[in-house]
Design a protein around this ligand. Structure first.
Ligand code: GAR
Length: 196
């Protein structure tokens, strides 16, 4: 099967939805969950689902192509960043050209970049008085929150919203769309790679 690695630093609610979506899928499987944080909830979720996990240290992640061989060993074809908070080094991006996607909890190009993650994003959106926010799923390139957009969906921002209430609305949108978008991106690659 076509093998996905999910990279995540946090609770992993998106990772959980992705794992459930591809459970028993005929051609795609989640083969590995990678985290930079030993206490990240995502690791428990992966273990509970019987998926191999890998904890990476900073030194190894950012050193040369240090991390690519491990992914090759696990047969990883595609990388999904789901709340992963380290910038991906060029070696990894070059090893997975157009095979690495990220989800961001706002409508890029607004509210992206260094320091813009999780509730910091929602705080900024509320502080700016935005009436609308949403999610962006995009290819990963060498700048934060920058590669080509694949998919966006929107939701309202209400005057009484706090970062937490907005985060809940955004999470629901992510859970609704991210697994299916991952599947359609991968299936379109698989079709293109068929011998004619
Ligand atoms: C998600 O909302 C994701 O969009 C965000 O982290 C959250 C992870 O939640 N990613 C970023 O902010 C990246 N810049 P989860 O651990 O419950 O899936």
């Amino acid at each position: 099967p076509f093998s996905i690695a999910i990279f995540a630093s946090g609770t992993g609610s998106n990772a959980q939805k992705i794992i459930e979506h591809f459970h028993n899928h005929p051609s795609i499987r989640v083969a590995l969950v990678v985290s930079n944080k030993a206490t990240a909830g995502v690791l428990d979720k992966a273990v509970a689902a019987g998926i191999p996990t890998l904890l990476i240290e900073k030194e190894r992640f950012f050193r040369g192509d240090g991390f690519v061989p491990e992914l090759t060993t696990h047969g990883i074809d595609f990388i999904v960043l789901a709340g992963f908070l380290w910038k991906v080094p060029p070696s990894l991006i070059q090893a997975y050209p157009s095979r690495m996607i990220n989800i961001h909890p706002a409508l890029l190009p607004k509210y992206g970049g260094k320091g813009m993650y999780g509730n910091f994003v929602h705080e900024a959106v509320i502080a700016a008085g935005e009436k609308e926010s949403g999610i962006t799923i995009h290819y990963v390139d060498e700048q934060y929150d920058h590669g080509g957009t694949i998919f966006q969906a929107t939701c309202p921002v209400f005057p009484e919203d706090t970062p937490e209430t907005l985060a809940n609305r955004i999470h629901a949108l992510e859970h609704q769309h991210f697994p299916a978008v991952i599947e359609s991106v991968i299936l379109s690659k698989l079709v293109k790679n068929q011998p004619s």
